[in-house]
Design a protein around this ligand. Structure first.
Ligand SMILES: Cc1cc2nc3c(=O)[nH]c(=O)nc-3n(C[C@H](O)[C@H](O)[C@H](O)COP(=O)(O)OP(=O)(O)OC[C@H]3O[C@@H](n4cnc5c(N)ncnc54)[C@H](O)[C@@H]3O)c2cc1C
Length: 652
């Protein structure tokens, strides 16, 4: 039953060089060679409960090993990032990790919003995993509109305690990862009342379960929310409070405070509370790149193995990779992997620089960072989700198999479009900042990602076949769309609509303007990165990176031809040139396609895909995976005698 095939045409790319550009070293073997981190039965054959129990077992072992590495001085925070992210993390826990929120949200919120004393009290315990936390913000009735949250924290100066209460069913917390049965603490976001006045939402540390028995504490109503499209081991939970009392100093008070007598002291800037959310959005851009890389490797390698139909009647079936429509499904996604990777790296550096400024009280660049993180999170996760689905379709029927790992990768990636800010809502937030900047253009000159707005609209952009032209045309289009949306907004207000109604009525255009702005940033960062690399890498590698950059740019241009025709000098004949350019690039990239995805350097254990393995033994692996179905453990299933036989043999 062997169908040994060697994936061809791997030689043309300097694999090592791209690897150095895109990844950092990590002791994967330490994790992947541990038999205890492998599942004995494929997860899909377990019950919901068994899946959760298996995920907790593995998650505990995983973090124990990370802590062991830390104690041995091998690696730092990167180790956590790796086991929580889309590579090793999703390989070992393909349906989600019930402890992720502890590291991704609970600890960062303590660090970002706790006072020095609160950090001293909580962070060591959290790092040691003496307590396991989650972040409980979303409620059954409200997610996006956090000001509408209903959970109440009322201060009682007599006992110096807050009383947490869920006044309605819709006030129940709903969604937090690990909340169901894993965490024993949570940062809970609730409406703060003191001295008879509501001061809006604030974060509180709340103990949910007994530290020994893990039983829910009195007044805590807690459970898991049930099955989802994906991430079925993340143990997303619900939580209600029945007048639960916590000490005053359990409110995280780095920014706002409640004094013992109940006096409320306001935060110097409401923007300071954005920190954790921005951090996670920045990280998600990297995750979008990682998941898309995974799907691109699987689909591209499979396309080199799969032979189907005929291009010419007298010739053998070609590799499906030779069909141009197949190349169009695969290669723009490969280019997107590079684009998102470079955008993620740039955003991470920007985030770190601005966070350092915040520490010195300098808040000037925070709104731009917020707007940029919103738009990049929205565009990269939406494109990655669409890309993974496209890559799944590119694998035909076998892409629909769980064994391809494409369905569960889609489950993980599409969730990112919703959590940490639903994408449309994030685009509207960026649009709000763009409109503000547009209305006061003198400010725009100072902002690195938006200074183009000051001049783009009036700049001539005669068509030429170059990435520089695509960037200029995208900038002009973004500026044109913001200008038009702003005009329509003002016209609606002039006709008597309230600003809020006018905003809502203009929101399709606003979202679209923000999206083009995001694409402009991504192409620009890709361009800057490739220019920077050119002098440092071999000529051949420089050429391949340039081809990928061009492909990403021309594809971005072709995705908005309608807008280009409206807002730039481009003509119908120029679109034909763009189309031909795209086709030329597909054929130039074809010989390097497999080498390029190999350069992402993901091990077979991380891909977890019968279709994507390095050796190309697709059919053998698919067949072996099928043997793991519990139905194949016996030749005749009992349902035959119980139902099928009586049905077939029935004398009607
Ligand atoms: C897998 C997963 C994990 C999660 N983990 C956590 C967690 O750990 N902790 C936590 O607290 N929460 C968590 N969440 C919740 C998540 O943060 C929310 O689902 C998300 O913020 C979206 O809010 P929502 O569900 O209320 O959607 P809604 O806001 O109800 O969105 C529904 C629709 O309404 C639209 N809409 C809403 N507001 C506007 C507006 N102002 N303008 C235009 N359109 C609008 C949206 O675009 C969308 O199309 C998780 C969610 C998922 C799916």
């Amino acid at each position: 039953m062997s169908a040994k095939v060697v994936v061809s045409k791997r030689r043309n790319v300097n694999r090592q060089a791209i690897f150095l550009i895109t990844l950092w070293p990590f002791p994967e073997d330490f994790f992947l060679s541990d038999p205890e981190l492998k599942s004995k039965v494929p997860l899909e054959y377990l019950s919901h409960k068994e899946k959760y129990e298996e995920a907790v077992r593995k998650a505990c072992l995983l973090f124990r090993k990370v802590i062991q590495l830390q104690n041995e001085g091998k690696g730092g925070m990167d180790n956590f990032r790796e086991v929580l992210g889309g590579q090793l993390g999703s390989a070992i826990l393909p349906d989600g990790n019930p402890i992720t929120l502890h590291y991704v949200m609970f600890i960062p919120t303590l660090m970002g919003q706790g006072t020095i004393e609160q950090q001293a009290e909580w962070i060591q315990k959290a790092w040691n995993c003496d307590i396991i936390g989650t972040y409980a913000q979303t409620e059954l009735g409200h997610g996006t509109f956090i000001r509408g949250l209903e959970t109440v924290a009322k201060y009682d100066p007599k006992t110096e305690e807050f009383v947490l209460h869920s006044p309605t069913l819709t006030a129940y917390k709903w969604w937090p990862g690990g909340l169901g049965h894993s965490a024993n603490y949570a940062v809970v976001v609730a409406q703060l009342y003191t001295q008879g006045k509501c001061h809006g939402i604030h974060p509180f540390v709340v103990q949910l379960r007994d530290e020994e028995t893990h039983e829910p504490l009195p007044g805590i109503k807690i459970g898991e929310i049930g099955c989802k499209l994906g991430m079925n081991s993340t143990n997303n939970g619900y939580l209600g409070f029945d007048n639960v009392r916590i000490p005053r100093n359990y409110m995280l008070m780095k920014n706002s405070q409640v004094l013992p007598d109940g006096t409320y002291v306001k935060s110097p800037s409401s923007k300071l509370t954005y920190g954790t959310m921005i951090f996670v959005r920045v990280v998600l851009v990297q995750d979008a790149a990682t998941y898309l890389k995974k799907a691109s490797i699987i689909a591209t390698r499979y396309s080199a193995i799969r032979h189907q139909s005929q291009i010419k009647p007298d010739q053998p079936e070609p590799q499906i990779l030779d069909y141009v429509t197949q190349q169009y499904k695969l290669f723009p996604n490969i280019a997107s992997c590079f684009a998102f990777q470079y955008a993620a790296t740039w955003l991470w550096d920007t985030y770190n620089n601005i966070t350092e400024e915040l520490e010195t009280g300098q808040l000037d660049n925070l709104p731009e960072l917020h707007a940029t993180a919103c738009v990049l999170k929205a565009v990269s996760t939406a494109d990655a989700a669409q890309g993974v689905e496209m890559l799944r379709l590119a694998c035909g029927g076998h892409g629909y198999m769980t064994a391809s790992n494409l369905p569960s990768t889609y489950g993980l990636v599409t969730a990112m479009c919703t959590y940490e800010g639903e994408n449309t809502v994030l685009l509207l937030q960026t649009a709000r900042f763009l409109v503000k900047m547009w209305q006061n253009k003198t400010n725009v000159y100072k902002l690195p990602t938006m200074k183009y707005l000051a001049t783009a609209l009036n700049r001539a952009t005669p068509f030429e076949k170059s990435v520089e032209w695509v960037i200029a045309a995208l900038q002009k289009t973004a500026a044109g769309k913001i200008d038009l949306a702003n005009r329509h907004l003002n016209e609606r207000v002039a006709k008597g609509q309230s600003y809020e109604d006018a905003w809502n009525n203009t929101s399709i255009e606003l979202v679209s303007a923000a999206e083009v702005h995001g694409r402009t940033i991504i192409v620009e960062q890709f361009y800057n990165t490739v220019q920077g690399y050119k002098s440092r890498v071999s000529k051949e590698l420089g050429t391949v990176l340039e081809q990928l950059l061009q492909l990403y740019a021309v594809n971005a241009a072709l995705r908005c031809t309608g807008d280009f025709l409206r807002f730039t000098e481009v003509l119908g004949k120029d679109i034909t040139v763009l189309q031909t350019w795209l086709e030329e690039l597909l054929s130039q990239i074809r010989p390097n396609a497999v080498g390029l995805v190999d350069s992402f350097d993901m091990r077979d254990e991380i891909l977890s895909s019968a279709l994507g393995c390095y050796d190309g033994n697709v059919y053998e692996r698919l067949f072996n995976e099928a043997q793991k179905s519990p139905l194949n453990a016996e030749p005749v299933n009992k349902s035959y005698n119980l139902y099928l036989k009586p049905f077939i043999k029935a004398q009607l």
